[in-house]
Design a protein around this ligand. Sequence first.
Ligand code: FE2
Length: 390
Amino acid sequence: MWWFGAASGHPRVGHRRFAGPGRRRHGRDGHGSQPRGDSSRRHDAGTRCSGDAGSRRPRDTRSGSSTGRCEGRETGRHGDQEEEARQRRWLRRGFLLRQEVEGSMPVRGVGLGLRWALTEDILERPPPELAWLEVAPENYMRRGGRFPAALDACAERWPIVTHGLTMSLGGADPLSPEYLRTLAAFTKSVGTPWHSDHLCFGIVDGIALHDLLPLPFTRRAADHVAERVLRAQDALGLPMAVENISYYAHPPGLRPDSPREAEMDEADFARAVVEKAGCSLLLDVNNVFVNSKNHGFDARRMLAKMPLDRVVQIHVAGHDESDPDLVIDTHAEPLKNEVYELLSFALERTGPVPVLLERDDNFPSWEELSGELAALDAILRRAPTREDAP
Ligand SMILES: [Fe+2]
């Protein structure tokens, strides 16, 4: 069972996980059964939003800009000027980050989501194509034992990128200062060059809903998410990327004349968020494919409309098509040919950004998983440089 919540200082977990078709698992490593103990990886958050923990591999992208504020904003002309300055600062930083990824940043090539079931094989039989690892901080924050130790061993050999699950960027609850402090310490400790979370909400009235739930594609919602991304970037002292999710019910918009219509499509919503927040996009190609099947749109057309100039990372995963009327994003199946093809289509437009394979359940043989990494690497190597992209 995927675990998150209490140990990371997040709101209480009072509901069972949403059991509908939207159920999706992230790094389900049986964490609920793991005791929490003292460890060198256990971080005391301190009192600053930007965190105090030492970094094993400090990077230029972390040089400080934290305002020390996790919530609230000033109003009036001075507040507007400050927000504009923040947006410009993060836009600049995101631009530099993308330039580095294209050039000399170590996070490039093909990566794999670090799951506890895979750790031993990763350390003992790494495929030559494996270039970096992605971790969910919620699976490690304030935890002790052998798995954080294994993460240390991995971090000695591969770049680590963090991908969060519980920021609830679209939620109405205030961002949790305690969560952000703990997350800041963790991201600093692993030296991630950016941190990502999802274009969704997952907490209501302090209760974690245990899922990534869709937002209305409206200007109001985009502004709300962008403002929270800016706060989170300030708190973490890191550039952020937001990920497009898979969703199974289309959220209504908020237009008074047509309350059931969204104001924009998913691509324009993603663009509105990243442009206002000055952040990057984590493009999940499989999510675009799954949504296109379930909601009846053209996957390539939607993907091409996404803010591809902002893509700093790509996700691919398997999905379940056993029900002819519903495709489910499971991360528990082999990659389908359609997803490989859509990845090629995306890379032709983004250039060779890092590609990550998400496999969370129903693990195949290590040889099969390594074969998928090799196939992804071959596709990525064919990607044109961004200057050549259409
Ligand atoms: Fe993803």
